[in-house]
Design a protein around this ligand. Structure first.
Ligand code: SAM
Length: 280
């Protein structure tokens, strides 16, 4: 245990404080107390955090920080956190989750600086809980890459994992990402969550074709979480395996067609390969 200090009894250390992702009402009582008691707040953007603190009726020393910041800034924050409570926030949600903080926390732990997490909103959890997709196992993939090949590689790598996949995405890239999912993982159920905790919050799920049709007619705005259901959700007896294989065989070799369908539907690759050879 660390000693309480001048800051209203809050022990010194680095406090990772989650902040709202849209609805200011989601700033927790504990987050408010920690922000109020800390000596300084490390943040991505002083204007964004300044507004949040203003809303909370607080005025604090703000220090701009991200993981690419000068080593000297990190050193300064670590030295401060060894003496007084220092909060780390990001623009929205939980720091370190596709946001800065990893290097700071790693260093703090290595040096024995007290590290405390003050939990709160994170878009990935809000989206997952709304999606109707399985929540027992999920894999958070951060932002999907922008470039086609890198995106294909990530989908091919993660597509075989028996988990719901969760990605951060931006609205201008949504339709491209959906097309890439259909190409890499045909037949999967997907869900798109937008504007979470805000006035126009929505979460839509269905086939890629359903969502492409909807978002072509209603171009999406705002921030987005894109989710892909795990393989093998569809009972194999409901699948027309021959039809799926024939479609794949139009453009691919039997081994590739088998590998792709095995990944998409969680079916046995050897069985698919044997059937693909028969159909060829
Ligand atoms: N650290 C944040 C968290 O814990 O959720 C994530 C920061 S990351 C830089 C920003 C991305 O998170 C956005 O591009 C979007 O994919 C997702 N996101 C953040 N707020 C969101 C919201 N209100 N609705 C939907 N997605 C959101």
């Amino acid at each position: 245990m660390t000693e309480p200090n001048l800051y209203s009894g809050l022990p010194h250390g680095l406090y990772i404080v989650a902040t709202p992702i849209g609805n200011l009402g989601d700033l927790s009582t504990r987050a408010l107390a920690v922000l109020g008691a800390c000596g300084a707040v490390a943040c991505e953007d002083t204007r964004v955090t300044g507004k949040l603190l203003h809303h909370a009726g607080l005025k604090k020393r703000l220090i701009r920080y991200d993981d690419h910041a000068d080593e000297a800034v990190r050193e300064r924050l670590l030295a401060m956190a060894a003496q007084e409570p220092v909060a780390l926030v990001s623009d929205a949600g939980t720091p370190l989750i596709s946001d800065p903080g990893y290097k700071l926390v790693k260093e703090a732990r290595e040096r024995g600086v007290n590290v405390v997490s003050v939990p709160g909103p994170s878009a990935l959890i809000v989206a997952l809980t709304l999606s109707g997709l399985p929540t027992d196992r999920f894999l958070f993939g951060g932002f999907l890459p922008v470039k086609d090949k890198a995106r294909r590689d990530v989908l091919a790598e993660l597509g075989a994992v028996r988990s719901t996949l969760v990605f951060y995405e931006t609205s201008p890239r949504l339709l491209d990402a959906l097309a890439a999912i259909e190409a890499a993982l045909p037949g999967r159920e997907v869900a798109v969550a937008r504007e979470l905790t805000k006035k126009f919050e929505e979460c839509r799920s269905g086939s890629v074709a359903d969502l492409v049709a909807h978002y072509t007619a209603h171009p999406p705005k705002g921030e987005i979480v894109l989710m892909i259901g795990p393989p093998g959700e569809q009972a194999s007896e409901d699948l027309d395996i021959d039809a799926l294989l024939r479609a794949e065989l139009e453009t691919q070799k039997p081994s590739q067609a088998a590998a792709r369908l095995a990944k998409s539907y969680g079916l046995d690759r050897k069985m698919l390969y044997a059937r693909a050879l028969d159909l060829k």
